[in-house]
Design a protein around this ligand. Sequence first.
Ligand SMILES: Cc1ncc(COP(=O)(O)O)c(C=O)c1O
Length: 393
Amino acid sequence: MTKLSWISEEIQALKDAGRYVPIRALQSSQGAWVTIEGKKVLNLCSNNYLGYANHPEVKKAAVDAIERLGVGAGAVRSIAGTNELHLRLEEKVAKFKHMGACLTFQGGLLANSGTLPVLVGKDDIVFSEELNHASIIDGVRLSSAKRAVYKHLDTADLREQLVQHRKEGKRALIVTDGVFSMDGDIAPLPEIAELGTEFDAMVYVDDAHGEGVLGDHGRGIVDHFHLTGKVDVEMGTFSKAIGSMGGFVAGTSELVDLLKQRARPFLFSSALNPGDAAAVLKSIELMEKDDSPIKKLWENSATLKDELRKAGFDTGNSKTPITPVMTKDEKKTVELSRMLYEQEKILASPIVYPTVAQGTARIRLMPSAVHSRDDIMFAVDAFKRSGSRLGMV
Ligand SMILES: Cc1ncc(COP(=O)(O)O)c(C=O)c1O
């Protein structure tokens, strides 16, 4: 026994419980097909919805920015790390989102965990959706605000919680994922926005899986529901449809001003690299110019869902391209994923407890605009073969 032997015990416990996640390294760029362990496999796991992670114009924009500005931002934003590229990017995102202003962060996780503690504190209360992303949960914890968790997509329960607990906080905030990343269903944002007005609670939406997917030219969930001006804070990430790295918060210019004074990832962590900022700017330009990749993404996801359902698979309640194949049994789910990878050359990760509730295990498929119809049918055929071998269909 050493003072560090608890670490190997913890790892062993994770392995014994079947919750140890092995991590595979890619030897290629992101795309419809990727190379892993020297083998080309169909990639149905990444959030590269529009293919911008490897788009020639996006790559060129990043390379040009690196040539001009170097690889690192050099400092935190408030000291010497703000580049004119950051400012251009923030202006671009605010316009794209039809919001007053925007502040970029080094990632979506940091945008959430850095912003929520600025909006609420120990005298306040947060009404949080039960399936919210971990970074929202972290942000709420860091804020020390009281917390009331409401049931998934259930605005009657949210109303009930507001009636019961609103008075416990000086300020109140309702926070929800826009698109839920494990299920692909969509928050009832119009009703949530109305409840925010009725109960004097700020409304904050995490649009990580809505950007590039929902709304006019991928403007996201607020645009999708025509709620411009009715949602106080839109948070997003540049790491999914936008294809690069970073996160942002959009809201009023006063909110952004305050975040610059208080948000800890802004004040205590170095800025987004110039290459990433330039790549994001280019991706948004591409989205504004041409929405055909978004149409292709939706076409692929409709084909994938229809064909899987026809084959007897349950694809849950998804309303977006995120396609969960509800396999439920944890061991069978892990086995199906293994068979798909080893026998069928398909990368399709199992999602099991504690990422999702026990008994709701699934394989989550992420189609993209860069998959061809043949790629989608390749996956469907493989699911049929492997699913029938395991007695699932
Ligand atoms: C809903 C949601 N919010 C926030 C994040 C974090 O974004 P990022 O990867 O940019 O840190 C993710 C990514 O996993 C997400 O799915």
